[in-house]
Design a protein around this ligand. Sequence first.
Ligand code: ADP
Length: 456
Amino acid sequence: MKERSIKRKITLWYTMILALILSIVLVGMLVFIHNLETNVAKEELSQNLSAFYGQITFAEDAYYIPDDMEFYNNGVVISVYSERGVPLVGSIPSHFPMDTTLKDDTFQRVQGDGTRWLVYDRAYDYGEGKTLWIRGVSTISGVELVAGQIMIATVCLFMGLTAFIGCIGYIMLSKALKPVEIICSEAGEISRGEDLSKRLTIPQIQDEMYRLSISFNEMFDRLEESFEAEKQFSSDVSHELRTPLSVIRSQCEYLIGECRTSDEREEIEIIKNQADRMTNLISQLLTISRCERGSEHFHMEEFDFSFMAEMVVDTLAETAQRNEISIQREIEEGLLVYGEETLLMRMLMNLIENAIFYGKKGGYIKVKIRRKGNYLEGSVEDNGIGISEENLSKIWKRFYREDKSRKNSTNGTGLGLSMVKWIVQIHEGTIDVESQKDKGSTFTFFLPVKSDQMDC
Ligand code: ADP
């Protein structure tokens, strides 16, 4: 999904609305200025024409125009035409189109050779049905030039104003939304770090952000409480179940010894197997709950990982042999790691046990431990049943089992790999898997080596 910030969205919206309002104002202003200028020009024309007409003397069948009549006044050029439109006296601006029709009491816009004129004609009757035309012409290019200049200036002003208000608004919004950004990043840190004991910083000013932070913190309090209660519950239940289970197991062992028939023994062995499975499950649940409680509950110390790995391989070699699988090892000596040995041993055992149980008869397992830079690189490779690509990401989830019928009922819990991941993560390491169905799997993990073994 495209990432968008509220700041940008609000700024974009109000800048667009502002630009729209300013454009409407601008168009309105221009129409108004244009009309005003044109009206002034029209007024000027008609007044000049009336003044000119006032100086003409009409007799029965004739008219008389004084010799000293001015045909140019205040930018208006006046000319007189006969009834048939023949120019009689007056002046006509150069390039003015002579074929412009005479229209009584009408304003016309005329264009000729790059100049635009406003033309106003009046027809005056005299004598018996005779008409004298008076035409006034004024240039309107000047009017339009002024309007154009005003328009350019106004457009520039409005654009500058829009940009300025946009920037100011963005800065003000950034300031106003800063606390939201802080809340987002702190809440993100809490959820990413999975540390529910952290809280949001409460702003000084008691505004909406203050109330929001308080509400968030209250929510985190409740979440932490319910998480803790859940962890405590599973840990308590696991502890409580351990004792009755060990009683069931020891009673089963006693009864197996007492059985007279093989049928009876088999029946009791089924009960014992299920009790073993539950013991295994509980031990894994307890380890996970310890991991979830955090590193303060671990007994961290420096230990020889290489030595521990040799021991684990030795311990499981017999189980592998029983399953007709050979274990090969390439373990670099003396690699020290800082961590909890029992947990890391559990992690390696789980990986090798899985390689055995999901391996093929006559197959192999390769356990490699070596140093890579400031890390210890470990891998457990098998040529067993492998994992299908679509399930690869699911194997780390609790209680996930790809093929529930595969591992025998005593061992499979679906908790092993989620625990492995937890253990690696709390030791600040990483783990990954490569696998191909029916070809085999390789689990590779990295753990930081002890600091004085690190390359500077
Ligand atoms: P389980 O108790 O079922 O082994 P895990 O959490 O250890 O639980 O493993 C989860 C699932 O991942 C297993 O059920 C199995 O399907 C798959 N898996 C784990 N290791 C291997 C392996 N080496 N080869 C093939 N599949 C494996």
